[in-house]
Design a protein around this ligand. Structure first.
Ligand code: NAP
Length: 313
């Protein structure tokens, strides 16, 4: 099969760390152009204007958007209106309304759109989901604590309205939780710790309502130095599970698990996302699961704001 030609827009940290290597390694994809005001990729035609790329390269049928959430909608709409399939970094937009609008535009234009959730593709998430199926949940605790200075240096957009603050990583945990649980949870309470000089929270504590009354909570913190935690601990009436390292490690009843045969046929989250996108485009499908973003939006709607000391990078 001919590789699909793709343009990558927003050449920053995640594009360089993950998207470019995943595309370069895949026989399904041909990275045919980049669009960025500052970034380029060696050997790939580069544009600094998105509309110019769409006009100059009608042969490129897919675009992958890696810029922060607030500016992403205009790029996605332009791509769809130009008849291109669209892959969205997480979160798929800055608001639920704009994500619904993109979904509707894509359906009208007859193109594919994919709201990616890279953490759902972490090595042990599928194994955890299979183990959990049919078991009765009693408790689920998310602990997502990382050092923002280490992982997000210079990313001022995270602290501006629409940048999500600690929910930028926290939504990854919620993307795993919403994939694991058979039934939807709802935000019951939300405490948002917001530095006096920022628009977005540096930490958040959430509790959720679960249909069977299981205790579900999440603690997100960007101020963690030393050991970093990206853990989901689950208790059921039939045993316990801990997903750690953002879904890369799993233990069940205290015993470390290895990935099921075939589960790692494509090593890494981003190769799997691009395999999903290729399948979606070839099938003419749409995948816009907005449930992680809905929980984050609800956390902001119900959030009790607590002012904390200013954040200085
Ligand atoms: P980043 O490095 O700060 O930004 C990515 C690129 O977006 C920038 O290099 C910039 O390129 C472009 N950009 C920034 N502001 C823009 C604007 N107003 N209009 C148009 N383009 C703009 O951020 P990142 O870490 O790559 O994150 C980007 C997205 O990927 C976020 O949604 C994030 O949640 C997601 N993500 C990040 C990570 C991670 O580890 N960093 C992991 C998974 C997912 P130019 O200035 O050259 O145009």
């Amino acid at each position: 099969m001919m590789p699909l030609k793709i343009a990558l827009a927003g050449i920053g940290k995640i594009a360089r760390d993950q998207h470019v290597p995943a595309l370069m390694a895949s026989p399904e994809w041909d990275l045919a152009a980049t669009v960025s005001r500052h970034g380029t990729v060696d050997g790939v035609e580069s544009f600094d204007d998105f509309d110019a790329m769409l006009q100059a390269r009608p042969d490129i049928s897919v675009v992958s958007l890696c810029m922060p959430p607030v500016p992403r909608f205009d790029y996605a709409r332009a791509a769809i209106e130009a008849g291109r399939h669209v892959m969205l970094e997480k979160p798929p937009g800055a608001t639920l309304s704009e994500c619904h609008a993109l979904d509707a535009l894509a359906r009208k234009a007859g193109v594919s759109i994919y709201a990616t959730w890279h953490s759902r593709e972490a090595a042990m998430v599928a194994t955890a989901k299979a183990w959990l199926a049919g078991k009765r949940l009693t408790s689920l605790v998310v602990t997502w604590k990382e050092d923002v200075r280490k992982w997000h240096p210079g990313q001022t957009w995270i602290w501006e309205a629409g940048g999500l603050g600690v929910f930028d990583p926290g939504i990854n945990a919620l993307s795993i939780v919403t994939a694991l649980l058979a039934e939807p949870i709802r935000v019951a309470s939300s405490e948002l710790l917001i530095p006096e000089n920022c628009d977005t929270p540096i930490a958040a504590n959430l509790t959720f309502t679960h249909p069977h009354g299981a205790h579900v909570s999440a603690e997100f913190d960007f101020r963690k130095e030393g050991d970093q935690f990206w853990n989901i601990a689950i208790e059921t009436e039939q045993g316990n599970l801990v997903l750690s390292e953002g879904g890369a490690s799993l233990s069940i009843d205290g015993v470390k698990q290895s990935a099921a045969p075939g589960a790692n046929a494509l090593h890494g989250e981003y190769p799997r996302l691009y395999a999903n996108m290729a399948a979606l485009v070839r099938a003419g499908g749409i995948d816009m699961d907005l449930s992680p973003l809905a929980l984050v939006a609800d956390a902001f709607l119900l959030g009790r704001r607590v002012a904390v000391e200013p954040f200085v990078e």
